[in-house]
Design a protein around this ligand. Sequence first.
Ligand SMILES: [Zn+2]
Length: 281
Amino acid sequence: MKQIICIAGSPYCSSTILSFILDGLPHASSWGEVFSVQTTTEGGFVKNRGFACGVCGTMDCPVFNEEFINDKRDVYLKCAEKIGESDTLIVSDKLFKLYKKTLQNVTVPVRVLLLHKKAIAGIKSLMAHDDLELEEAIQWYQNYYKESIKFYNLYGGYVLNIEKFISDPEEELKMLCESLDLDCDVNALNYWEHEHHQIGGNNGAYISVLGNKGVDKFGTTSEKMFNFFGFNEEYYNKAFHKLKKDETWKQFFSDEQKELIMNDERVIRIVERLEKLKGEN
Ligand SMILES: [Zn+2]
């Protein structure tokens, strides 16, 4: 089925890894945060570094090549044109405000994959990556999900809890595929074994895909990245590909903070709404 699936949710909700997994499904292409082609080319970033695809690391990429980058039309429109008769395109820009204007011009059906991890883990990620205070992070979390739920209600789709997905990936992938009319192949879960072309997203997932054989999305070799993050090959081969739940919040927050987050009305309301939508999947 020809369609675009937009991943919605907050930043750091595991969309990069999920994008790589979905990219391995038959008749599906998952290109990551394609909107950044638009923003980065306007800002000159892609041109300056000489490539867009975080996996190829050159303009020789079959997807994000010079022709694609230099085509001034709307990015989703360009993407929609590139999908064949039976193909699904998956993009992970996450925020409706990025998708909004341009989706009006896309003629193929649009569906939303509403992705979330445990609220307290999401709030922790926002604090750690975006340098926010707890109160700000809760507010941001609420805003991201209010917007994402609105987006989901507009187009419909599927709600996915990443912890649930990780606890039974094969079964969860099958259910997701059935619900979104995707052909399922559980080999897609071995995402590091497949060819990918993606832009934007989380470094850890890129390292996992690149292994020790390529450049990362910033143009440094993955070997340098390994050294930078202190990874070694043994660690990488044994553990890095493995899908694992983000439980870093357990050490990050004090008991008092945990209590505060769990009892915060804004958090409770978002969790309830996500659960309700999941129940209607
Ligand atoms: Zn590429």
